[in-house]
Structure formats: structure tokens, C-alpha cells
Design a protein around this ligand. Structure first.
Ligand SMILES: Cc1cc2nc3c(=O)[nH]c(=O)nc-3n(C[C@H](O)[C@H](O)[C@H](O)COP(=O)(O)OP(=O)(O)OC[C@H]3O[C@@H](n4cnc5c(N)ncnc54)[C@H](O)[C@@H]3O)c2cc1C
Length: 494
């Protein structure tokens, strides 16, 4: 089979590329490892008619182009949904974003006094040389509030102690927020946030969501790609990949689950597979620097336990952050609140118990039955459901859910991209793990859109590395740099 473009991966980045190319009349084949689902991390898994995301997936973008694309694919099946999420601590649900009066009232007078005293203490005796996230938060909020609202959840998500996380992350993320200001503002006093307040409020208070979950978006995109002449090769991987030195033509052996091999030749290769996997697929990891770079890139993995419960759910929030150190669950999704059609029987509910982990650790290694039993026990312990009302469950594991930004990742990514650029032509990297960028769907899609434009134009008119986390393309980079800063994530203390 010959196509103009061979795409690896049917996630948002790969499918956006394929959709744009087939819409322009270009020939495309998409190779996807999963035998059933398209959408990658943004897929919707179905279990006995219950639908759940790999973590809830909100659709919002500052890019009008991406928003318009979603409407083009989904039409009126794209819902506008209210957002509500709270923090669980010590048997109580606290407003999120935190409101000082709500927090202090729910903590009770004794704890409230302790928080205020520990805040006063931190102001009198602050850490002088602030290097860690813990020190930064304690200085700004006091130790009690740090322990209640920051420590547990941060450590669950990132698998690092707050004392090991560098302070700049907190400074950038929680900038402008301090307890004093929060208390003043909760009384309706103080200065209002400058400009754009309404827009920010709207983004926070609602989001778009396909009626049947994010997977519906990507299933529709797949169907349109096929209708436009594209080829989907599901349950398949590339078992041999090379580029003809003289012609530049790509030659791939695509092998499906039955072992059947198809030889595909292509003028362009678009990869949304993890970049270290791509390097290995291309056999380009022979050089010591490439070997070091590919083995040096790290990921955080994730699993979700879908629990089906008889009866009415005890909260209406889309999700709840679990700041309780006595359970391992990090966040709980309530899928009926995302869209009522995610749950086939209105007399039942479907929760998603999210566990942040590393492939191969104790949580990851547990059997599905044990994970369901743990999730059931934990939701019971938290008092958010009665364990005996949970009637069924399913586990979905997501390796490489988060590309990790550690001290060396940037050097590794640069080594890999430079090495690949020097050896291969017409190779396009796109998407989250495809570019090792910890960003949302809209960013992954924008890199796919620009890649399609480059292929159609026959030249690299757009540099996908200059797409920022808001999915905005910046001609010539941001303020003179050619690679845009990514989403803020914690780094280790140097
Ligand atoms: C818990 C969680 C919550 C999130 N919430 C949101 C949210 O609210 N809003 C939002 O916009 N984004 C959210 N995201 C981010 C979003 O999931 C990703 O940005 C998006 O899915 C990235 O798309 P992608 O196509 O780049 O990669 P992926 O989604 O990873 O898709 C890559 C695809 O390629 C396939 N593949 C990989 N390697 C190979 C190979 N060698 N051969 C064949 N196929 C291969 C994979 O099977 C997969 O289908 C969230 C992510 C997580 C982990």
C-alpha cells in the first residue's frame, strides 16, 4: 500500500492530522496499537454500557480554531457543562477554588485557630532561603494549611515529597494568592483581579464536553477520516521502519494482532508515539548520546478504577480532590455530572477512582480484582458511598500518562530531535508524548493541524515547537526563543 502520509497513533494529534489531510484530498493511513479505541489518553472506555474517561477530560481552548474544529466534528452533541469540584479533607468537602471563610468554617474553630496561629508564626519566622515547594507554601500560608490543602494531593500526583519539589513551581502557580488577600476578598473587600476576570470565571465555571465523552469526538473524527478516504489500521504496530536513503520514501511493515503484515510506503511519516519509542522503532538508538537520551526520558503513569454504584450519588461535583493521606486515591470523578448519558441506568452512578502511579509499582502491579476491592473500600472509608452499594467495577491502566519534566528532560528531547532531524527527512513529530510535552488536547491538536499544513504546503512553514500551552502558534517563537515554555510542572530541588 502506498499513501502520502503514514500517521502513528490515533489520539487527538494523529487524528487531527489525518482529518485535515484527508479533508484536503490527501491519502493517509493511521496505525493504532489499540484494537478498539481511538482517542489515546482522551478515549472513552465502555464497560457494560457505562462510559468513562481516563480522568475527566474538559474541552476548553483559547484557540478559536480548535473550538471551531470541535463544533465541526460534534455539532450539537457538544454540550456546555457546568463545572464543580471540591476538596475532600477530614470528612468534609471544601469549596474549590478555596474560599477562606468556607475553609475556616469547615475546619472548625479549634483547627481554624491553629491555622491562623501557624500562619502568624510563618510570617514571624519565615524560611529565609526558600528552595522547596514546602517552604514556599509554609511561608505563604502557614504549616497547618500546607498540611491540609497542599501536601497530600501534590505528593499523590507527582510521587515526590513536597520538600523535594522546587519552589519556583509554587511561586509561579500560586502567585498572587495569599491568605490575607483571600480572607479580605472573601469579605468582598480588597482589589478585584485586573482585566479578564469574567473570561477566567467562565473558563473556570463551565467547559464543553461531548455528550458521550471525549471518545465520541475521536470516534466521529475516525469515521469522517474513513469517509474522506483515509485508512485506519487498528490493533497494529510498526515492526520494521526505514527510510530509503535516495528517494526519502518511508517503508513500514505494519503488523496486526493476528501477525498479518502489510508493507506500507509513504512520503511523510507523522509520529505521535512516545519519542523514545520512535527512536527505537527507527533503530536510531545506537549512538551513545541517543541511547542515553531515550532511556533518560521519564513518565508518570496512571490508572482509573470505574465503580458502578446502585442508587443516587452523594455529590454532584464533576470531581473531588482527595486530600486525605489515609487513602491512595487522588481524585474521584462522577461521570454522570460530566454528561448524564455516560450512565445507561439513571438509578445508578459511575465513579472514576484515579490513582497516580508508576508502571511496575505496588499499585500498578495489583490485580484488577484487588484494585476494585481497594477502590470500593476507600470510597466507603471516605463516606462518599457505601461499599455495599458498589455493584461492579472495571480497571483501565494508562502507561505514559504524563511526560515528566525533570532536570534533564529538555537536553534529552533536544538530543533526540537534533539526531532525528540530521538523519531523516519528512519526519514530523506531533502530540503529547510525540513531543514530550505535558499539555492538553488542544495543544496536541494544534501540532497536528500545523503538521497537516506543512505536508500540504510541501515545506516546513510552521514550527510545531512554537505552539504554546494555550494552543497558540507564535511565529518565530515566544520573545525570541524558538521553543515555547510548557505547562508548569514541579521540578526537583536543585
Ligand atoms: C488524567 C488526565 C486528565 C486529562 N485531562 C484533560 C482535560 O481535561 N482536557 C484536555 O484537553 N486534556 C486532558 N488531558 C490530556 C490529553 O489526554 C492529552 O493531551 C491528549 O490525549 C494527547 O493527545 P496525543 O494524540 O498527543 O496523544 P495520546 O492521547 O497519547 O494518543 C497517542 C495514540 O498513539 C497510540 N500509539 C502510541 N504509540 C504507538 C505505536 N508505537 N504504534 C501504534 N500506536 C501507538 C496510542 O495507543 C494512542 O492511541 C488529560 C490527561 C490525563 C492523563
Amino acid at each position: 500500500m502506498h499513501v502520502e502520509t503514514l500517521v502513528i497513533g490515533a489520539g487527538p494529534a494523529g487524528l487531527t492530522t489525518a482529518y485535515e489531510l484527508t479533508k484536503a484530498g490527501r491519502s493517509v493511513a493511521v496505525v493504532e496499537r489499540d484494537p478498539i479505541y481511538v482517542g489515546g489518553i482522551s478515549r472513552t472506555v465502555t464497560y457494560k454500557g457505562y462510559r468513562f474517561d481516563i480522568g475527566g477530560h474538559r474541552f476548553f481552548s483559547k484557540s478559536a480554531e480548535v473550538e471551531a474544529w470541535w463544533t465541526e466534528i460534534m455539532g450539537d452533541e457538544m454540550l456546555q457543562r457546568p463545572r464543580s469540584s471540591r476538596i475532600y479533607y477530614n470528612g468534609k468537602l471544601f469549596d474549590y477554588p478555596l474560599r477562606a471563610m468556607d475553609a475556616l468554617t469547615k475546619l472548625g474553630p479549634v483547627e481554624a485557630v491553629r491555622c491562623v496561629l501557624s500562619y502568624a508564626w510563618a510570617k514571624m519566622r519565615p524560611y529565609r532561603n526558600v528552595v522547596s515547594f514546602e517552604q514556599w507554601v509554609v511561608n505563604n500560608f502557614g504549616r497547618r494549611l500546607f498540611e491540609i490543602f497542599f501536601k497530600t494531593y501534590t505528593e499523590k500526583v507527582w510521587g515526590m515529597k513536597c520538600s523535594e519539589i522546587s519552589a519556583d513551581w509554587a511561586a509561579q502557580r500560586i502567585k498572587g494568592l495569599n491568605l490575607y488577600q483571600a480572607i479580605i476578598q472573601s469579605f468582598g473587600l480588597g482589589r478585584k483581579p485586573e482585566g479578564g476576570g469574567e473570561i477566567i470565571k467562565t473558563l473556570i465555571n463551565s467547559f464543553r464536553y461531548p455528550r458521550l465523552g471525549p471518545g465520541q469526538m475521536w470516534e466521529r473524527a475516525r469515521d469522517k477520516i474513513v469517509a474522506q478516504g483515509g485508512k485506519m489500521m487498528m490493533g497494529s504496530t510498526i515492526t520494521d521502519l526505514s527510510q530509503h536513503a535516495a528517494t526519502g520514501q518511508w517503508v513500514a511493515i505494519v503488523t496486526d494482532a493476528t501477525g498479518r503484515e502489510t508493507k506500507v510506503t509513504a512520503d511523510h511519516l507523522v509520529s505521535t508515539a512516545a519519542i523514545n519509542e520512535l527512536v527505537r522503532m527507527l533503530g536510531a538508538d545506537g549512538e551513545p548520546d541517543m541511547q542515553q537520551a531515550t532511556s533518560g526520558l521519564r513518565y508518570r503513569d496512571f490508572l482509573i478504577v470505574g465503580l458502578i454504584m446502585r442508587g443516587k450519588e452523594s455529590f454532584d461535583d464533576n470531581w473531588i480532590y482527595i486530600h486525605d493521606p489515609n487513602v491512595k486515591v487522588g481524585r474521584i470523578q462522577n461521570f454522570k455530572s460530566w454528561s448524564p448519558d455516560m450512565v445507561p441506568d439513571p438509578d445508578t452512578a459511575c465513579y472514576g477512582m484515579e490513582y497516580f502511579c508508576n508502571a511496575g509499582d505496588d499499585t500498578w502491579a495489583m490485580s484488577d480484582a484487588d484494585l476494585i476491592a481497594r477502590a470500593k473500600a476507600e470510597i466507603g472509608k471516605l463516606g462518599l458511598a457505601r461499599a455495599e452499594d458498589i455493584i461492579d467495577g472495571a480497571v483501565v491502566r494508562q502507561p505514559k500518562a504524563y511526560p515528566v519534566y525533570d532536570d534533564t528532560y529538555k537536553v534529552h528531547v533536544d538530543t533526540i530531535t537534533e539526531g532525528l532531524e540530521a538523519r531523516f527527512r519528512n519526519l514530523h513529530l506531533a502530540g503529547r508524548n510525540g513531543m514530550h510535552k505535558y499539555n492538553n488536547q488542544d495543544h496536541a491538536m494544534m501540532t497536528g493541524m500545523l503538521t497537516a499544513r506543512n505536508i500540504i504546503a510541501g515545506s516546513i512553514a510552521y514550527d510545531v515547537w512554537t505552539v504554546n500551552e494555550d494552543a497558540e502558534y507564535h511565529e518565530g517563537g515566544n520573545a525570541g526563543t524558538d521553543r515555547i515554555e510548557d505547562r508548569l510542572v514541579p521540578r526537583r530541588v536543585a
